[in-house]
Design a protein around this ligand. Structure first.
Ligand SMILES: [Zn+2]
Length: 373
């Protein structure tokens, strides 16, 4: 998630906070301090209510973090990398970058979160039940945290993909049918339906005067709906790319450009006149690096003459590259996850071509337009 701020690391996973989290943290503190604690503990002075509310809200978000951490640790057990966990306005999200390879892994990764929330809920319930009455503050906090964590666990089991319950559902259909695409299609359709129900429910609550709860539920509905739609879109893309390799789509009219040329020569003699899009730099068939329009744009015009291509190119060692036989989907993921525009296609140190974002998008829209499957 963009603009989130790293606050630490747990088990090597970066923990981040998105600015929108401050809103939900503030709302929880406000709801607790303005009504929940004053109604249940009218003898508490206001300052005590506020202090306890802040502590309770912090503990709640630690619980959310533990929920996400449970998903992440099970994912890691199945060798699926987890880059970060981010707290944001709708709760928490673990950045699990790959899809599980088997239904069992998906089931366990998905169920770990709700189970951990329920487990945390039970621990607080035990505190609430067994502590002596003298510890009134701890009992008050424990009761609320027990209730909210149990609710969180149950809520996440709603079978709207990509919520946890939707993932559990998808893994079960996948396990039964052996067909990941079909189970994704079913689970994301149900997800879109459930998202819509949340939006309708939320809007009705607003009409009944429950503005905050209504807005909150609509927002979650909208989030589920768009996430379900985008996972469906990803599935379609995956099907379009299936069976195609990098060499099918790459541009192969690459001429190696001498790294000793200056930028003015590069622009005048290669970029403007050739119309080529592939600017690989190297000598004797060996690629040393790649130069893109971005690097040229970053260089002031009056330095073009005395700057050699070698000085501004991105060296090959620092670049992501792919092999000609690599699946197109792999290239697509690299382009998207590293946010780059082109990938050199390399075989035994030789440049065979370039695979640019444009090539891929053209290929996809062409196939879609012809409805080839
Ligand atoms: Zn979860």
């Amino acid at each position: 998630m963009k603009r989130s701020i790293p606050v630490g690391r747990i088990f090597g996973i970066s923990i981040r906070i998105h600015p929108s989290w401050v809103v939900i943290f503030g709302l929880v503190v406000w709801a607790l301090a303005s009504s929940y604690f004053p109604i249940n503990y009218p003898r508490w002075p206001l300052s005590l209510s506020i202090g306890v509310s802040i502590a309770t809200s912090l503990l709640f978000f630690v619980s959310v973090l533990l929920h996400e951490l449970s998903h992440s640790l099970v994912a890691r057990h199945y060798n699926i990398p987890v880059s970060s966990i981010t707290l944001f306005i709708l709760g928490g999200v673990a950045e699990i970058t790959e899809e599980p390879r088997e239904p069992k892994a998906e089931f366990l990764i998905a169920i770990a979160g709700p189970l951990s929330s329920m487990f945390i809920g039970l621990i607080f319930a035990a505190l609430w039940l067994f502590l002596p009455l003298r510890a009134e503050i701890v009992i008050a906090v424990s009761f609320w945290l027990a209730w909210i964590n149990l609710m969180l666990g149950i809520f996440n089991l709603v079978p709207g993909f990509p919520m946890d319950g939707g993932r559990v559902l998808r893994s079960l259909i996948w396990w039964k049918t052996g067909d990941l695409d079909r189970s994704t299609r079913i689970a994301s359709s149900i997800g879109q339906g459930i998202g819509l129900l949340f939006i309708i429910g939320g809007v009705s609550l607003i009409f009944y005067g429950m503005l905050l709860n209504g807005l909150w539920i609509s927002l979650i509905g909208w989030f589920i709906r768009s996430a379900a739609a985008s996972s469906y879109r990803q599935l379609t893309l995956r099907q379009l790319m299936k069976g195609h390799k990098a060499k099918d789509v790459m541009t192969d009219d690459c001429r190696l450009i001498d790294p000793g040329l200056n930028i003015e020569q590069l622009v005048n003699d290669y970029i403007l006149t050739s119309g080529r899009r592939c600017f690989a730099v190297g000598e004797d068939g060996r690629v040393e690096g790649v130069v893109t329009l971005q690097e040229i744009k970053n260089l002031p015009r009056d330095e073009w003459k005395e700057t050699k291509i070698r000085q501004i190119m991105a060296p090959l060692e620092t670049l992501q590259s792919i092999g000609p036989e690599d699946e197109l989907e792999h290239a697509f993921k690299l382009l998207a996850s590293k946010n780059i525009n082109q990938l050199p296609v390399i075989e035994e140190g030789r440049l065979l071509g370039m695979l640019a974002r444009d090539n891929l998008l053209n290929f996809i829209s062409l196939k879609e337009g012809l409805s080839l499957e």
